[in-house]
Design a protein around this ligand. Sequence first.
Ligand code: ADP
Ligand code: MG
Length: 718
Amino acid sequence: MDALKVLTRSSNIKPKPIATASSRLPSAGKSENPQLFRSADTQSSKKRKRQDSEETVDDSEASDDQTLDFFGAPKRASSSANETVLKRSQRSGEADQESAEDEDTKSMDEAQRRSILKSHKIKVSDLRDLREILAIKLGGKTKSKKIDKMIASMTKKQQKQARQLYPEPLTSFGALRKRYSISKRLEQNIAEQGFRVPTEVQIGSLPILLGGISVSTESDTETHTNPDLMVVAPTGSGKTLAFMIPLIHKVVRHHRENPGKREIFAIIVAPTKELVGQIANEGRKLALGTGVKVTAMRKGMRVVDDQEELEDDTEGEDSSSTESSDDDEEKPDESHDERRRRNVALTKSDILVTTPLVLVNALSAKQKTAVSPLPSVRHLVLDEADVLLDPLFRDQTTAIWKACTNADLQISFWSATMGSSIEEFTKSMIKDRRASLGVSRAAPLIRVVIGLKDTAVPNIRHKLVYASNEQGKLLGLRQLIHPTAPVPSNEPRLRPPFLIFTQTIPRAVALYSELLYDIPVEAGGSSRIAVLHSDLSEKRRSEIMKGFRKGEIWIIVTTDLLARGVDFRGVNGVINYDIPTSSAAYVHRVGRTGRAGREGGVAVTFYTKEDIPYVKSIANMIDISEKLQGRTEDKSVQKWLLDALPDLSKEDRKYLKKHGVKARQASAKLRGDEKLAREARRNRISTKSAYDRRRERRKKEAIMASRKRRAESQSSEN
Ligand code: ADP
Ligand code: MG
């Protein structure tokens, strides 16, 4: 059934078939090219031309490349040799991996590496102290005055350049086996998942995680096999695969070197249950048949020491967990689930995926006060690291971090947004941890940034809509769902499936009831819409996730619970019914669409007069996105608006992030502030559906009319 047709049924307008646009909808199918920045760089064309003359360029190959350019940048007449190397190897990934052998195994010189990294907007930096880096480069002492002076005279740009590294990029997935000897099975699993061309974050970080990185040290250039890594890459750009492939490869190697031994080798921490389930599923699919066991940690699971008696050895190698995909999330059969939980011996798992609290609880259950150590863990991955290190989760996350007492621990941080305070915090944490464990190994912290840090993906349309008040937002939302006038062709158009974000759980629930009967019965009616938040049972949460993934549910009304990491491939739109409370939250919420390079996603943000003090950072974010897209017409944010919107103080920004827009908070929080509480009541979304309200109104009207008739007839009788 055509969801669009049915949803727009109530209007008289026949939706025009927008042939090209609709075929490019995110939900239309597979992404043609998962990369965002390929050949997007036009600024460095001069440099490239110089290189072109030096290296052999196969122009015929370059010009027949039909893949999409997400920035819409004009195609250059010629392409650099390095890009050709990449294109050739990418195509070989699709057709014939063997022919790419040369590119996959040959080492590149620095010019080639620089050029490829640049054309994909990949920046790799050494985050050690700048003094240390310069001292090594100049052969001087870290504490010398000369270095102090030098740093003082350097511009920010020069300082950045001094940190920059140019490691070998990954030219194709074929290179994983040839260069880094990943197992055949893992290579097959990657191919079977349909991954043909590596995305930018994979091009940039897989070689570092698999082959290490060379940095200069006082004595020489040293290759660190396990550097700590901070990766900032756009939403939906394939970060999961980028940390999962190396973990699985390393566990396979560990098993080979230590036959019969299974211990928790890696821990992946993510902020929500939904994300944990998703990461574990992706991991299991990649680990299929490799003997690597990936477990999603649930409440009540135990962490068992290696020496401890295992209660249940019958599970077999990995039969039950590696084969399951979506089905393994939550079992409806509670008693079976309980039984499984009791018997799970976690030492039998290699890679543990968990939310912070569940693991901290499991680890402190044994020792009551402190968190028991996890010396076997070699790799700690923090997915959505900036949230995990935010005050809300910080204590739990650092407790896990500290519990990982292995001297060779490698930690990596992954997110689409990473504030500078988070960066500073991680640096000092790494230092403190080393000092407290007496670790002398000084593996550097390396940062990989894809594209422009902290911005939204470039392949979606943004729309910022002023709606005056709550009623206006509801009207605006209905107008998006069922347009009553033709939508101009240059306007973004919302099509299911989509997500609607609200500020609080009660607001999500209320909006859900309001919209419950908006979908015509012929189209599945209220079963097409669902509300998802953390007050629901685990079972219900996972049912909704499954329903949405299967296409049975078209609209989910939710809170920021679903703002991060969750990957629904075909989401066409994101509606910020209530404004996100930080620019990072905006980036993540809208990043639920436009995943893996898919085009056609739409992000609509409503704001009311209460939001005016808070909306500038979002307007800025949209403005940057539109500038990056090269959009000069149909811009959603005009300069006058940006100029008119007030700036928010740092304090207020903090408050907003923590509590949301005051006028929309649950009224319990506002006790004592009568004026605001009144405003909050006014802003409340009715919990009755529009349908129910209409019915009640009609009933009331009918009663009134009948009373009136009776009164009239009585008066005429008298
Ligand atoms: P992120 O964590 O960066 O937000 P995900 O890891 O969730 O992104 O990946 C987003 C989507 O892109 C997933 O559906 C994933 O399967 C897909 N994907 C990842 N890598 C590739 C690739 N190389 N080619 C095609 N699709 C990919
Ligand atoms: Mg992710």
